[in-house]
Design a protein around this ligand. Structure first.
Ligand code: UGA
Length: 368
């Protein structure tokens, strides 16, 4: 049975890997995290040992890394609301600290799977090129230079904004870590890098005011608005586009990478659902429409004429107003998944509609 150390075990992705990995009975997990809220049901299960600690402070870390078959590195500050407000913490958590983990894996020759980010690609080309020249339409005057919107691991260049746009503190830190892992690979470290494209599902982020503060990522933030009848806010009009990937599809792929580590190692893989692309404006409309079909909305929010009826409007807001100075955005992130599909037997199965419906129901059950 493979023994796996998960750094960041109680996060959204870690909790799903532990839940399903234990159920499959194929893995033995050692988890490390500063909190355990999301993994409570599995804490006392056979094949799972948990250390509640910052991994930097864990005395046993070296010993554990020497004894495990694989390290899964998941811990990170990954909330865009923090990139321009606490950039030093973002760099610390996404480069300085995990770099020490990578060094230890190299020292003990322990394979590592590091979860990086789709944000590596930065603003993406669409920010700099007019819509016309992106068109694949044969009648377009510039159709001879179409931009392939798909992001390809070993080809697409990274376009980050200037230094004062502190949003890019996160992508820069992640990028330097990827480059360091790659370089350690030349020195013998067995590694895989995964770039997640907006995974969603149960246990995503937190609910502001209940189990966290500030602004979580878009799905959790829209859920907060829907549940409280506040407006859904579209940052800079909501024209940015994302491919949301169901956590079940993500977890299936990660387990396959673990099981086929030897054949897959030494590569960077996009992990996302290209078919689930949506603009943030359409996401808001779709989430509100799904929410309005739920029993929760019927019972608590809908009754026309009822004084307590609550409902959310969709409004536009500038990014500076919403996130503060130094925010910038990726315009469009579509993963090429050719590479991962050439190595493992995997195709994303869950549609955006299904994934959003399940996620919305989970949020209602947990916070409604
Ligand atoms: C974030 C992280 O930076 C990535 O590292 C991470 O991989 C990614 O999430 C992910 O979930 O995989 P981003 O997609 O920008 O990147 O995160 P969100 O905060 O969910 O924002 C998505 C879009 O929605 C952005 O255009 C943002 O401006 C917009 N937004 C967000 C709104 O319009 N309204 C909101 O209330 C919140």
């Amino acid at each position: 049975m493979k023994k796996i150390l998960i750094i960041g075990a109680s996060g959204f992705i870690g909790s799903h890997l532990i839940e399903q990995g234990l159920a499959q009975g194929k893995f033995q997990f050692i988890g490390v995290d500063t909190y355990s809220t999301k993994i409570q049901p599995w804490l006392n299960q056979k094949n799972f040992e948990f250390f509640q600690s910052d991994y930097q402070d864990l005395n046993e870390l070296d010993e554990i890394i020497q004894k495990t078959d694989l390290v899964l590195s998941l811990a990170a500050l990954c909330n865009p609301a923090q990139y321009n407000t606490v950039p030093l913490q973002v760099i610390e958590s996404n480069y300085t600290q995990p770099m020490k983990l990578v060094e230890k894996c190299h020292r003990y020759n322990t394979p590592i799977i590091h979860l990086s980010t789709s944000e590596i690609y930065g603003r993406t080309l669409g920010s700099y090129v007019s819509q016309d020249s992106q068109s694949n339409d044969e009648n377009s005057s510039q159709a001879s230079h179409p931009i392939n919107p798909e992001l390809v691991e070993d080809e697409t260049p990274y376009l980050l904004g200037p230094i004062h746009e502190q949003r890019w503190s996160y992508a820069s830190a992640k990028q330097l870590l990827e480059r360091s892992i790659y370089a350690y690979g030349d020195e013998g470290l067995p590694w895989i890098i995964v770039r997640p494209f907006n995974f969603i599902g149960s246990r995503l982020d937190y609910m502001p005011g209940i189990d966290g503060e500030g602004t979580p990522r878009v799905i959790a933030n829209f859920m907060k608005s829907l549940l409280s009848g506040e407006d859904l806010q579209l940052v800079d009009g909501g024209s940015a586009r994302r491919c949301f990937t169901d956590i079940q599809d993500a977890v299936d792929a990660i387990f396959q990478l673990i099981e086929n580590f030897d054949e897959c190692q030494g590569e960077v893989y996009n992990l996302g659902a290209p078919g689930n692309e949506v603009s943030i404006q359409d996401l808001a409309l779709q989430m509100r429409s799904i929410f309005r079909k739920t029993d929760h909305w019927q019972q608590h929010c809908a009754p026309v004429g009822c004084e307590d009826a609550i409902d959310s409007h969709i409004v536009k807001v500038s990014s500076e107003e919403f996130y503060g100075k130094g925010y910038a955005d990726s315009d469009r992130r579509i993963p090429s998944i050719e590479k991962i599909q050439s190595k493992i037997n995997w195709t994303p199965q869950v549609s955006l509609e299904t994934s959003l419906t399940q996620t919305i129901h989970w949020f209602i059950e947990r916070y409604g």
